[in-house]
Design a protein around this ligand. Sequence first.
Ligand SMILES: Nc1ncnc2c1ncn2[C@@H]1O[C@H](COP(=O)(O)OP(=O)(O)OP(=O)(O)O)[C@@H](O)[C@H]1O
Length: 379
Amino acid sequence: MKLDKKEILKALETISVPGEGQNMVESGAVRNIQTFGDEVVVDITIKNPSLQAKKKAEVSILQAIHREVYEKAKITVNITVDAPAKPRANEIKGAPIPGIKNIIAVASGKGGVGKSTVTANLAATLSKMGFSVGILDADIYGPSIPIMYDVASQKPLAVEVGGKSKMKPIENYGVKILSIGFFTQPNQAVIWRGPMAAKALNQMIFDAHWGELDFLLIDLPPGTGDIHLSIMQALPVTGAVVVSTPQEIALADARKGVAMFQQDAINVPVLGIVENMAYFTPAELPDNKYYIFGRDGAKNLAEDMEVPFLGALPLVQSIREASDAGRPAALQTATPLESSFEEITRNAVQELVRRNKDLPPTEAIKITTMAGCSAVKKK
Ligand SMILES: Nc1ncnc2c1ncn2[C@@H]1O[C@H](COP(=O)(O)OP(=O)(O)OP(=O)(O)O)[C@@H](O)[C@H]1O
């Protein structure tokens, strides 16, 4: 018995590949047919990579040829899978938020390294530079922004916007603030699960009247947990700033923090690392520097992980005092501290502008102040 290619083709026109509508000849799944006497070799390509789909395709080919052409035909089916490439994880997660141009997450691996202090001062500096700024304090374990901005006793009011009731952020020093701390009792321990925290934070973004913001800074909880993942997936975070001290144990955790943002599932660009408490300077000896947590640790980490180093901040009493007094130290004028905060903020903005140029979905911002960066608004 000599098998005829045309008859084989006709038989294959009666069946389709699992999950594909047209018959397998029409859909182009059948790539090649070779016959030798009563033997036939059929090469097909399918899109579904599952074992089940392959088996099903093979069985239906065997049955169709046996039924339609020759019941004793010796059939070999070669199947290759051509699965469509998985779309790359989104660079920008969540829906864009109307009016909010850039969301910067401030994170630290370890607790107590000064993440909230850096957030508070970055926001104050951006506001001084002329940007409209908000802080979303998402540190569910210890929301400290309300104290640092002297608004701990206040509660956000509801305002009517477009027929809907919205939460109005509290404002001080030109910075709009919403904190998870506004909604919990000071002495109450709240146990947050990731999705619950993300929902609360979502409300503070989408059900709040932020108005137009150039920057919304998110003060994340310390560490790299479930909550971070939920927040990153729910909100379109433009970039992340990681804060660390130069100390070995803080650096190990900061490394994990950077790695968390760089993971495929999260994939948020790291704008850079800030080294806090880089050295101690006593007020009476301003030229003396004591590297009590080690020297250049965070700077070296940034180099090692190939992320930008945004700058160093000294460990000085006035930063702590300013935080406790509810007036961020960056609001000082003409002091070395003001310059340090300006340098870090400028570097972060420059990185953000660069990132926005590379990744179009969020808008690049126009720098019009002494920050000195020249980026043009993309429209
Ligand atoms: N550069 C600094 N100089 C002096 N004190 C600082 C400095 N940075 C932070 N502090 C103080 O260290 C303490 C911890 O800072 P902060 O609350 O900012 O840390 P954190 O990383 O946000 O902590 P958390 O684990 O609560 O998230 C605060 O009392 C703060 O005032």
